[in-house]
Ligand binder design. Structure first.
Ligand code: TYM
Length: 332
């Protein structure tokens, strides 16, 4: 089976619906046909300041949401990044073959650093994509399912793999990016020009997987739309409605034309109400299951420890090859 690798940052109490539609839905499907490795990337999360107690909690909560959303921690590997030493170690090596200018061209870095200013921006944030490349390359990954915002980071990963292979001999597999076109980007409910994000400015624009479902329904009902009145997909002219149609379609598996013909002239209220019901139906069982898993921390931690061992077995092998190719003296 081809190897799949992907991950999410534990940077909030809960994942948001964009993480679910843009990533988790594909992960769940693809784990049937792939040898899948899923990571909670806590080393990445600390590239912006985190409260230690909250980080620990968010890491457990993120893992619980993976499982609740359908990731099987026995068939797949589900682990916490900081539990496997090789990630930080390979990242260091890759840092030494990454151009300063090359790293500086990463759009996500430019956006994040612009919004917080040069003195708050850490060197860790700058090399964030290099750590991401290490994650992927340690596991001989064939495919990386992500949302659109991660495309450039996977391209950098391929460039670094290629460069290392050319300099030191065939070592890394070149990974392919897999982006589900229609659901690659879910937008903020209040500001449909912006990507929905765990770090959004207003809570009203974000649907959280672990919030009270009634609250999610209210946010859908209050989503920004337009005054045209017809439910049809037009991302340029009607970004709010287009975003709601994307959500509806991806959560139900129904295609957009069938939704347009059902809801087209019935008014936005009816359409939003139907979507709110879908959201409540989808996320109530996921939330219940995640909270249940979080009730038994010892068991969750035990699952994560076992999975870290499985991940380390693969990662350590790759790192040993890399150290050898580079010319590090073996300890012994
Ligand atoms: P993160 O935690 O920002 O997001 C996790 C995944 O969710 C997708 N996503 C979205 N998709 C659609 N619409 C949205 N509004 C939306 N918001 C987030 C992201 O594209 C991503 O797939 N750098 C990564 C984490 C990472 C990783 C990796 C991913 C670290 N190492 C190795 C793949 C492979 C990140 O910040 O994800």
């Amino acid at each position: 089976k081809p190897r799949l690798f992907s991950g999410m940052q534990p940077s909030a109490d809960s994942l948001q619906i964009g993480n679910y539609i843009g990533a988790l839905l594909q992960w769940k499907e693809m784990q049937q046909t792939h040898d899948a490795v899923f990571c909670v990337v806590d080393l990445h999360a600390i590239t912006v300041a985190q409260d230690p107690a909250k980080l620990r909690e968010a890491t457990r909560r993120t893992a619980a949401q993976y499982i609740a959303a359908g990731i099987d921690p026995e068939a797949s590997i589900l682990f916490v990044q900081s539990h496997v030493q090789a990630h930080a170690q390979l990242a260091w090596v890759l840092n030494t073959i990454t151009g300063f200018g090359e790293a500086g061209r990463m759009i996500q870095f430019k956006d994040k650093s612009a919004s917080q200013g040069a003195d708050k921006t850490t060197v860790g944030l700058f090399t964030y994509p290099v750590l991401q490349a290490a994650d992927i390359l340690l596991y001989d990954t064939n495919v990386v399912p992500v949302g659109e915002d991660q495309r450039q980071h996977i391209e950098l990963t391929r460039d670094l793999a290629n460069r290392f292979n050319t300099r030191f001999g065939e070592t890394f597999v070149l990974p392919e990016t897999q982006i589900q076109k229609e659901t690659a980007k879910i937008f903020d409910l209040q500001e449909p020009g912006n990507k929905m994000s765990k770090s959004a400015s207003t809570d009203k624009g974000v649907v959280w997987l672990l919030e009270d479902p009634a609250k999610s329904a209210k946010k859908i009902m209050g989503a920004t739309t337009d005054s045209d009145g017809s439910v049809r997909y037009d991302a340029a002219e009607k970004p709010g409605i287009a975003n709601l149609l994307t959500m509806f379609s991806s959560l139900t598996g129904r295609d957009i034309p069938s939704l347009e013909s059902e809801f087209g002239t019935g008014g936005y209220g009816t359409f939003k109400k139907a979507l709110a019901e879908v959201v409540v139906e989808t996320f109530t069982p996921i939330r219940d299951r995640a909270l249940e898993l979080l009730d038994d921390r010892a068991e969750l931690d035990r699952i994560l420890a076992g999975n870290a061992d499985r991940a380390a077995e693969i990662a350590d092998r790759t790192l040993a090859t890399v150290y050898d190719r580079i010319g590090f003296l073996p300890r012994r």
